[in-house]
Each structure stands twice: as C-alpha cells, then as structure tokens.
Design a protein around this ligand. Structure first.
Ligand code: NI
Length: 179
C-alpha cells in the first residue's frame, strides 16, 4: 500500500496529454492502480487519474459511494485503462465539481448527461458500458485529466468558481468532490 503525492493545478504533468498504456496486464500497471486506489481512499475522492499522481499514462480509477451517487447505487472501485468516452446525447447539465488537484475549490461545470465508455481492465479485458448523471460526470472529469484538461477550463461561468465553504454559504453549492 502506498499513498502517492497528488499534483496540484499548475504542475506541468496536469497539462500534458497522457500516453496510452501498451500492455495493461504488466505488474507495474497493477501496482500503479493499487496505489491510486489507496491514494483515492485516503483523499476521500470519487475518481483519480494517473497524471494526478505524476504518472503520464492513460489510467483512471473511479469509486463512488452510494451516498454520493445520484442514483443511490455505488460504483465499486474500478480501474479503467486507455478509457474512451463518447456522448450519447447533446444534452448538457451543470453541476458543481471538485478536484483533488484543486483543493478546497469547487466550480459548476457543464457535462454531457449520457455517455458511453470503453476501456481495458487490468487483465486487458474490455470494459464498456453507458453512464449517466454523476457517474457520467466523473468519467468525463477523469478522462479530461488524460488530455491535460482541468475542470475550470470547461467552465462557462467563472462566477460559479470559488472556495467550497464560501460557495456553500453563498449559493448552497454542494461539494461532490472529484476527481
Ligand atoms: Ni480532478
């Protein structure tokens, strides 16, 4: 078990596109994924991308407790390697996001409400499915990290960006925390 240091906004590793993983089944990737899961559990987030732990590879993990999911059902800890997403609808929704690389802040970000995702698992198997609501949002947030995009770059109204505690007081902004 290892808890990794999380890169914060401004670090170049968060601005670069991450490289594809050639062989998801090698032990180094499993070890990275396990350390990322430990790091996410320690930080209390719902998703983490490898560039956030200073590794420029296309690996993300997601883990959404039932209490944080808009459907009420949990997403168990899942490792997605070389993930690709595709919008299933033009419909976008705004909701507050946080990011472990932008501590204490939240912002309202428009995201597609329904997406399809496809990735590889640790054995190289294909993992695919459809996601909506909060899960779709988390996947879009994490996949953006792989392309060097942090959520403020997706925002369309920067008045909806601020410190979590201030925003909560001011407009009832709810921290759904990132990712
Ligand atoms: Ni993030």
């Amino acid at each position: 078990m290892a808890i990794l240091k999380i890169a914060r906004m401004g670090h170049p590793v968060l601005r670069r596109a991450a490289a594809p993983v050639e062989d998801p089944a090698i032990p180094e990737i499993r070890s990275l994924a396990e350390d990322m899961l430990d790091t996410l559990a320690d930080a209390g987030g719902v998703g983490l991308a490898a560039p956030q732990v200073h590794v420029g590879l296309r690996v993300v993990i997601v883990s959404v407790p039932a209490a944080r999911s808009d459907t009420g059902s949990a997403i168990p800890p899942t490792v997605l390697i070389n993930p690709e997403i595709e919008a299933l609808s033009e419909e976008m929704a705004q909701a507050f996001e946080g990011c472990l690389s932008i501590p204490e802040m939240i912002g309202a970000v428009p995201r597609h409400t329904r997406i399809r995702y496809r990735a590889q698992g640790l054995g190289g198997e294909i993992i695919e499915g459809e996601a909506q609501g909060f899960f779709a949002r988390v996947l879009q947030h994490e996949c953006d990290h792989l392309d060097g995009i942090l959520y403020p770059l997706r925002m369309t109204d920067l008045t909806m960006f601020g410190f979590n505690d201030e925003m909560r007081r001011a407009i009832g902004g709810e921290e759904r925390n990132g990712a």
